[in-house]
Design a protein around this ligand. Structure first.
Ligand code: NAP
Length: 248
């Protein structure tokens, strides 16, 4: 019997957990523990880091994990690197369930930057009203450009105020729509959007809104990851596990 460990924190991981429950596949969903109240899941859940590559390797062995699925966010590069190394060390097959990166469409005004530091550097210049669609772990880096007024949107209210002198904070976990994001952007008089190239549909609303409003976007490219097998949908994971998808 397969025993799947799903590295989560994404809607894809939750969708895979639901499919496993529906197919009677034993699965455990792992969260880093960044979100205060993760959504209820129909499979076992564990929370917290493993303790690096060694800790994850030991966990795979101890829990007799037969298959590892990395369904973390494409920017969770450390966890994904650890998954590749630990899967090899414990001889457990690994598959990544990822979202294809977003690709510019007609009307998009994207400037690509390689990382957060690149986005901070690109904001050198006169004061603007910037939507920072980044999540709370990365916004403090933008304190280096304090001349801007920032609009932040977090999943949870932060324990301490963000280190940005001028900001508005919206607490909302989505899913977001282009119409609602257009209204949010207009209400805050935003003239630039900063986002990570996360991919997926829910998080794309802000980019569709920026396109509709002809706003420029600073788009942070994905981090480089070690080579691994990758699929983009839950059905492909079930096929890999030897379970054909039956309309779940
Ligand atoms: P990261 O930098 O790649 O990981 C840092 C450490 O957090 C890892 O080394 C691991 O600790 C622990 N960790 C990460 N994901 C874990 C998981 N699913 N289960 C158990 N431990 C995990 O990751 P991050 O960027 O901080 O992201 C943390 C979580 O938030 C991920 O699960 C990711 O899917 C989710 N998320 C991230 C982003 C983003 O933009 N980065 C956006 C949305 C959601 P140990 O070394 O101790 O094992």
């Amino acid at each position: 019997m397969p025993h799947l460990l799903i590295l989560g924190g994404t809607s894809e991981a939750s969708a895979l957990a639901a499919a496993c429950a529906a197919h009677g596949v034993a699965a455990t969903l792992s969260y880093a523990g960044r979100t205060k109240a993760p959504a209820a899941q129909p499979v076992a859940v564990r929370i917290g880091g493993f303790g690096g590559v060694a800790g994850l390797t030991e966990h795979l062995r101890r829990e007799r994990v037969t298959h590892l699925v990395d369904a973390t966010h494409p920017f969770a590069a450390q966890m994904s690197g650890h998954a590749v190394a630990a899967a090899a060390a414990a001889a457990v097959p690994l598959l990544a369930l990822t979202r294809p990166a977003w690709v510019a469409q007609a009307g998009d005004r994207w400037t690509h930057v390689p990382d957060i530091a690149g986005a901070v550097a690109a904001l050198d210049g006169p004061a603007r009203r910037v939507m920072l669609a980044l999540g709370r772990m990365h916004v403090d880096a933008f304190a280096a450009q304090p001349q801007h007024h920032y609009l932040l949107r977090f999943v949870d209210r932060p324990d301490r105020p963000p280190a940005l002198p001028q900001h508005d904070l919206v607490v909302d976990r989505g899913p977001f729509t282009p119409a609602a994001d257009r209204a949010l952007i207009a209400r805050h008089g935003i003239d630039l959007v900063v986002a990570k190239n996360a991919g997926g549909s829910g998080a794309a609303a802000k980019l569709a809104a920026a396109r509709d409003l002809a706003l420029p976007v600073l788009l942070i490219d994905r981090p480089m990851l070690p080579a691994r097998a990758e699929v983009h949908d839950v059905a492909a994971v079930l096929t890999w596990l030897g379970h054909a998808e039956r309309g779940v």
